[in-house]
Structure formats: structure tokens, C-alpha cells
Design a binder for this molecule. Structure first.
Ligand SMILES: [Zn+2]
Length: 242
């Protein structure tokens, strides 16, 4: 059975109870486990995995890595033993999640700003990690890179100052075009399809975790804009994170 993804329909679930459904002992003494449900975000979509702790009775296991294998979320744990059927309590590291969420959401704010500025770009891949945050677009720079960097930075600052709460909607990929300017053709099929709707009309197909209000991102700096071989890369940093 597929792992139930508790973070998908509520970004605020940071703790939950669950049952161990599979245990794989690794050669190095550590363990991979699967659960019936999880609030740990597995790395994906340019967003890093959640860290935290899984407790079973008096035992506590450090969650070192989380990934989605087909329909199962695999939690890679530090040393210790767990058995199938064990009842566990999940605790996501709230501080680390908040960092990942703000960085991820910042990428969407860049998208919003690019859309509002009418820049002729199609969203491509993104990375929202503390050591490296950027969004790529298919399309060339229509002018001076520094001038466009400044315009994007002014626009993201305006978007954040205005504030905007978002809304989650689950829907078939075929319907996403009604809400989203761009629907990539590589949307994962191994988890429920979801969009996050900003400003009631700017939808993004996305499985990541998002701030409730864009104002929570804080000061967003556009650090670099450059174009190469038809791809424009907008790099950014969030004050207090990177
Ligand atoms: Zn997203």
C-alpha cells in the first residue's frame, strides 16, 4: 500500500503517529523503514528532505534521509532496531522544515514576479537548497542582465509586501491547465496530483511544502540572472538562510 503523505494536504503537520510496514537492515548497521503514513517530506521537486526523529517507546531514531521510492516513502535511520508492526511517533525538525519551505516558496514568488513582469520565459527546473537556490526558465534575457535582476528583485519585494495566502487543490493533470500557465509534462504519477493556487489565479503544479502567506518568506534577494544556451537562470537568496 502507498504511504499516506500527510504533508500534501496540510503543510502544518509536523508530528504524527504511524505504523512500521517494512524494515530493511543495511550493511552499515543502519536501517531503512517504510510507514503506513508520514509527515516527513521526501526529497523532490528541488526541495530537500525533512530531518527529525522517529520514536518507538523509549527509543529514538534520527531520520537522516527521506526519499520516495515509487509509492513508498523510505526513511533512512541512524543506528537502532525497529520491527514491522511497531507503533512509532514522527517528529519533523520544525526549524529545518521552515527553512526548506521558505526557500521553496521563494522560487514560486520568483515565478509570480516573472509572470507579472511579462518576461517571455517558460518555467523549467528549480533548486531550493540552502547552499543553492535558483529557478531556471526556457528563454533568453530580453535585455541587460543587471537591469532585469533589479526589476525581478523589485517585483518579488512587491509581491511579498502585498502578502497572499495560497490554497491547495487536488485535480487530474488534465485539468491543471485551467489554473496554471504552465503544466510540465513530467508531473510525477506516483503521488496525488496537486496544484497550489496563489492570488486565486496563479496556479503551480507542485508537491512541495509552501508558506501559508508569501509574507512568511521574508526578504528575498535576487543574487544573479544569467542566460546561456536558451536557458535563463535566476538565482536567489533569502535573508537569514542563504
Ligand atoms: Zn511548490
Amino acid at each position: 500500500m502507498a504511504t499516506e503523505l500527510l504533508y500534501l494536504d496540510d503543510f502544518n503537520v509536523l508530528t504524527a503517529s504511524a505504523t512500521v510496514t517494512a524494515v530493511t537492515a543495511l550493511d552499515d548497521g543502519r536501517t531503512d523503514i517504510e510507514l503506513d503514513r508520514t509527515c516527513f517530506y521526501p526529497r523532490g521537486g528541488g526541495q530537500d528532505w525533512d530531518t527529525g526523529t522517529i520514536r518507538a517507546g523509549d527509543d529514538a531514531f534520527t531520520v537522516q534521509e527521506v526519499r520516495l521510492d515509487e509509492h513508498q516513502v523510505v526513511h533512512h535511520l541512524g543506528e537502532g532496531n525497529l520491527s514491522v508492526g511497531a507503533a512509532v511517533v514522527l517528529e519533523v525538525d520544525a526549524e529545518q522544515r521552515a527553512v526548506n519551505t521558505r526557500l521553496h516558496s521563494a522560487g514560486h514568488i520568483v515565478d509570480l514576479a516573472v509572470e507579472r513582469l511579462g518576461l517571455p520565459w517558460v518555467p523549467g527546473k528549480g533548486a531550493h537548497y540552502p547552499h543553492m537556490s535558483f529557478v531556471e526558465y526556457n528563454g533568453e534575457l530580453p535585455g541587460d542582465a543587471e537591469e532585469i535582476r533589479q526589476r525581478v528583485e523589485q517585483e518579488v519585494t512587491a509581491v511579498i509586501a502585498e502578502g497572499s495566502r495560497n490554497e491547495i487543490r487536488f485535480m487530474p493533470v488534465a485539468e491543471m491547465g485551467d489554473y496554471c500557465r504552465h503544466v510540465p509534462d513530467n508531473i510525477p504519477t506516483n503521488k496525488p496530483a496537486r496544484i497550489v493556487l496563489y492570488n486565486a489565479d496563479f496556479g503551480v503544479p507542485c508537491g512541495g511544502t509552501h508558506v501559508q502567506d508569501v509574507a512568511e518568506v521574508g526578504k528575498l534577494n535576487i543574487t544573479k540572472v544569467r542566460s546561456k544556451k536558451g536557458i535563463t537562470k535566476v538565482s536567489y537568496a533569502v535573508d537569514g538562510i542563504n
